[in-house]
Design a protein around this ligand. Structure first.
Ligand SMILES: C[S@@+](CC[C@H](N)C(=O)[O-])C[C@H]1O[C@@H](n2cnc3c(N)ncnc32)[C@H](O)[C@@H]1O
Length: 260
């Protein structure tokens, strides 16, 4: 198994979503966007499609989910054959220009990588006036945006500690969200340069804490979480102590593609 997000562990997390904040955060952000009934929403890196299923039921949106994991897409289709879930690569989106009223990326941009090109494609396929919701990990000590040396230290420390936990695809570790943690000012600059207008940004780090505490309460430590990123080739996994999560924050952001 190369994709850790296919493991049973992730399916058992709060409301079946694989990240901090659960459906509570999805709901809060969707309410801010005021999607109308029938609005078309694309969820990139949708996992098993829990968020879309929830939004379809609660707000009558029409969802499309894309995830690289065939296993998770099949799980989602089995749970609810009515949701439109597609196996696909978020770095190779193939949708028409101005196709969606809203796009969600909940803890998936950091995992998928190729940020600039993915953001460019998202801008293209959002309708003018459409909203883009992101929730993801950021590097807390870099929030001021002027602490490059410290940022590099954190990235190195995280790599060192998690590379033994990262499952291997060939010679490269499977990417997980901490590896892709954003420098928030840089992310905002990139998005604005593409034309997005940032209409909401919020620190959601309490959700990350809650996520970690829930895992510790259930499994005794975070080691069990890191183990999910190991493969059978990686025998060192028992030695993982995990990373210092306090270096990381969680954020939510809503960006708009302005009307012409
Ligand atoms: C942390 S999980 C988040 C899943 C979901 N958004 C949620 O909130 O539960 C990251 C997801 O990104 C998916 N993923 C990783 N690389 C991808 C890619 N290149 N294209 C599409 N999905 C990808 C993984 O399979 C996984 O389901």
């Amino acid at each position: 198994m190369n994709n850790p997000y296919e493991k049973e562990f992730f399916g058992k997390l709060e409301s079946g979503v694989m990240r901090p904040g659960g459906l509570r955060l999805t709901d809060k952000l969707s309410q801010k966007c005021q999607f109308s009934e029938g609005a078309s929403l694309l969820d990139i890196g949708c996992g098993t499609g829990m968020a879309l299923e929830f939004l379809e039921k609660k707000y009558g949106i029409v969802g499309t989910g894309v995830d690289i994991s065939k296993v998770n897409i099949e799980k989602g289709k089995k749970r609810n054959p009515k949701i439109n879930l597609i196996v696909g690569d978020g770095t190779k989106l193939d949708f028409p220009t101005d196709a969606f009223d809203g796009i969600l990326m909940e803890c998936s941009l950091s995992v998928i990588g190729n940020k600039d090109s993915v953001l460019h494609d998202i801008y293209e396929i959002l309708k003018p006036g459409g909203k883009f919701i992101i929730t993801d990990i950021y590097l807390k000590t870099c929030y001021s945006g002027n602490n490059e040396a410290e940022k590099q230290d954190i990235i190195r420390a995280s790599d060192k500690k998690t590379s033994t936990a990262g499952s291997k695809q060939g010679n490269s570790s499977y990417p997980h969200c901490l590896r892709g943690a954003f420098e928030i000012n840089e992310l905002i600059r990139t998005m604005e340069s593409l034309g997005f207008k940032i209409i909401d940004w919020k620190d959601e780090s309490e959700e990350l804490k809650k996520f970690a505490i829930d895992i510790i309460m259930e499994y005794g430590s975070l080691n069990y979480f890191w183990k999910q990123f190991a493969t059978c080739e990686n025998k060192e996994i028992g030695n993982i102590k995990g990373v210092k999560l306090k270096q990381y924050g969680y954020f939510s952001m809503i960006a708009e593609k302005p009307e012409y």
